[in-house]
Design a protein around this ligand. Structure first.
Ligand code: PBG
Length: 328
């Protein structure tokens, strides 16, 4: 019989002891709740693939912001669905578009809520891709034109920033977009607006439900030509380094759960704040399993949020935020 002098179980005996030695915690203020603000509807519309989540109109935004504040949630990220789309995503930088109007409504109702805006054109393009299209060299297929897209992204960021956004978050994965956005923001006197780069964003099957929520499913092909390949993790460091050099203030890894190893590498390599996006498909899996009585939803959500924090995220974008805040 062995009697080790160190017995970890001594510190697991009571809930108070366990709380005392817990290394990782999750607080409501670590959570960011996404809002889908649509101009194409007159009343909130539930998203069938994301139970509990709805598209809302600008009218509901202030009440949502107050609800988040009352739950202790520190921040929201806004996605917009415009009335009209075109092939160049021009509605993305309309100063009267859904996102600028929602930002203004939040800053009016709850000025202290940190407002992040998603900067991308896929919700605004008729073809659903995250950029402007051109014919691929040596082929008849279409592809996203990297450099032609940068100006639209930067203009969108300026429109969001002018409306009062604290942080703009480009999610398109074009090369050079952080630099283009930083340059245009600074040129407009918006140097206090921070950039949260979706630096490490994989071409993932787990975005499925979001594409219903944001009405942005690509009408042909997929996003593998601009989002990262799931097999790559060294490349995540390259992406993150470039974005920091271009002026990103914070980094994001997305999705979260299938990429905790990547999140941990990014945490070890960089000292800026890091977020992780617990995406729509991750949410839908939990909701489906809970609805089928296969798991305890509250416990499962607490555990997965803890694991994302343990891997190195300072904050988590998650559709579970409101439910989790109630149970934390
Ligand atoms: C692109 C964008 C997407 C998500 C956030 N920003 C979709 C995509 O890249 O296809 C996905 C978020 C989620 O699945 O919850 N604007």
């Amino acid at each position: 019989m062995a009697f080790p002098t160190h017995r970890p179980r001594r510190l697991r005996r009571t809930a108070a002891l366990r709380a005392l030695v817990r290394e990782t915690s999750v607080a409501p203020s670590d959570l960011v709740f996404p809002l889908f603000v649509s101009e194409a509807i007159d009343a909130p519309r539930p998203i069938s693939t994301m139970p509990g989540i709805s598209q809302i109109t600008v009218r509901e935004v202030a009440a949502e912001a107050r609800a988040l504040r009352d739950l202790g949630i520190g921040s929201t990220i806004l996605f917009g669905i415009p009335k009209q789309k075109d092939d160049r995503g021009t509605a993305a930088y309309d100063p009267n578009g859904p996102v600028p109007r929602a930002v203004a409504a939040i800053k009016d109702a709850v000025p202290e809520l940190v407002v992040i805006t998603d900067v991308c054109v896929d919700e605004y393009t008729s073809h659903g891709h995250c950029g402007i299209l051109r014919k691929m060299r040596g082929s008849n297929e279409l592809e996203v034109d990297n450099d032609a897209t940068l100006e639209v992204l930067a203009k969108a960021a300026v429109a969001h920033a002018r409306a009062g956004a604290d942080i703009v978050a480009p999610s398109d994965m074009m090369d050079g977009r952080v630099g283009a956005i930083r340059t245009m923001l600074d040129g407009e006197g918006l140097e206090d607006v921070a950039i949260l780069s979706y630096a490490v964003k994989y071409a993932s099957a787990f975005y499925g439900p979001f594409r219903e929520a944001a009405e942005c499913a690509p009408q042909f092909g997929d996003r593998a030509g601009y989002q990262m390949d799931p097999g790559n993790s060294r490349e995540a460091l390259v992406e993150a380094r470039l974005d920091l050099e271009e002026g990103a203030d914070m980094l994001m890894v997305k999705p979260a759960l299938p990429y905790l190893d990547v999140l941990q590498r990014i945490r070890q390599a960089f000292d800026v704040p890091i977020g992780a996006y617990n995406v729509s498909g991750e949410y839908a899996m939990i909701k489906a399993a809970a609805a089928a009585n296969m798991i305890d939803e509250q416990r499962a959500v607490r555990e997965l949020l803890t694991s994302i924090r343990r891997a190195g995220a300072d904050f988590i974008l998650t559709y579970h935020a409101k439910d989790a805040a109630r149970s934390l």
